[in-house]
Design a protein around this ligand. Structure first.
Ligand code: SF4
Length: 328
């Protein structure tokens, strides 16, 4: 409140930033000024664009494209942008040594035609698919993407393995993303409504399904069963993210370890549960290599169980250096 008396929004925001730890990217409006702020670790994206005589602040660059605007740049972690009738100003309020970009944005959340922190999401996904094929080769007739989020990964897998891509699963586009739905029962029912196999591609064939992730395993188990019922000879599963073993505390609906199929299970146990002939996840090293982002600048909390922010009962990602520093 004292800071606000100074009538300086940037000082007030800086004060708040020092108090708040977590993931946030937001805008606020004050009379004729609009502000955009990204947390100091840059966990989630935020960018700035130009449209007609004004500006746009958006989570993804694709939002600026569809409005007919022009992408200017990403808002930096710890940066506050102020938009006034005369243009925009930047205030670098906090500078952390390491960032913590959510790897899941590149793997699943963002639209493939978005750019995040200078990286095109489609290209990142294609590279993930390539690395996945190198790490987990398989003999098969077709690579079948899970529409739509697994598509770019599948193309990358196909290019690296030489196995042709075939759209063996058709999607009902009016059904929402299954893993964000409220109950297990609704999720299971909707998987069935959501995808249907193409008989000529699936029947009698060895299929490799490539998808972005397995969270609860509900969708994947249904898909493997669906392909088998439609005559697939073999069903191999390749996943473009490492096993999700721990919850996300930064806004993604993966809240408890009990919900996660990979928590406390080996890859072989998961394979058995989903009913696939083989299962391969990209490694953490493979993920980092494909994204081409320094490992220390990524949030990998849900796949390592080590978080970029100190959380009660969880491991901090720089725990070792923190402990060494305390011992000194
Ligand atoms: S815990 Fe996982 S989903 Fe959550 S922000 Fe980190 S990388 Fe993203």
């Amino acid at each position: 409140a004292d800071t606000l008396k100074e009538k300086s929004v940037e000082k007030a925001v800086k004060y708040a930033m020092k108090k708040i730890e977590g993931s946030y990217s937001f805008t606020l409006m004050l009379n004729d000024r609009v502000f955009g702020l990204r947390d100091p670790l840059g966990i989630k994206p935020l960018c700035l664009g130009k449209i007609d005589k004004g500006y746009v602040i958006a989570s993804e660059s694709v939002a600026i494209d569809v409005l007919g605007g022009e992408f200017i740049r990403d808002i930096e972690p710890g940066e506050l942008i102020e938009i006034t009738p005369d243009g925009y100003k930047s205030y670098k309020l906090m500078e952390e040594k390491h960032k913590a970009h959510c790897f899941f944005e590149y793997v699943y959340f963002a639209r493939a035609d978005s750019f995040i922190d200078g990286i095109e999401v489609y290209k990142a996904r294609e590279r993930l698919g390539r690395v996945l094929a190198e790490e987990h080769p398989v003999e098969a007739d077709y690579v079948v993407p899970i529409p739509d989020s697994g598509r770019a990964h599948a193309y990358g897998f196909s290019k690296a393995s030489g196995i042709p891509v075939a759209e063996g699963l058709m999607k009902n586009r009016y059904i929402a993303r299954t893993f964000i739905l409220p109950t297990q029962k609704i999720r299971e029912r909707l998987v069935q409504l959501k995808l249907n196999p193409v008989k000529s591609i699936v029947e009698g064939k060895r299929i490799v399904i490539v998808d972005d992730s397995i969270v609860r395993g509900t969708t994947m188990r249904k898909i493997v069963g669906l392909l088998r019922r439609h005559g697939a000879k073999e069903v191999h599963v390749r996943i473009a993210s490492p096993p999700i073993i721990a919850p996300c505390y930064f806004g993604i609906d993966m809240t408890t370890r009990e919900q996660l199929i990979a928590s406390g299970r080996s890859v072989e146990e998961i394979r058995e549960k989903i009913g696939a002939d083989s299962l391969g996840y990209i490694s953490i090293e493979g993920l980092v290599k494909a994204l081409d982002i320094d490992k220390n600048d990524l949030c990998l909390g849900c796949v390592t169980g080590e978080y970029p922010i100190r959380l009660k009962g969880e491991k901090y990602r720089f725990q070792e250096s923190l402990e060494k520093w305390r011992e000194k």
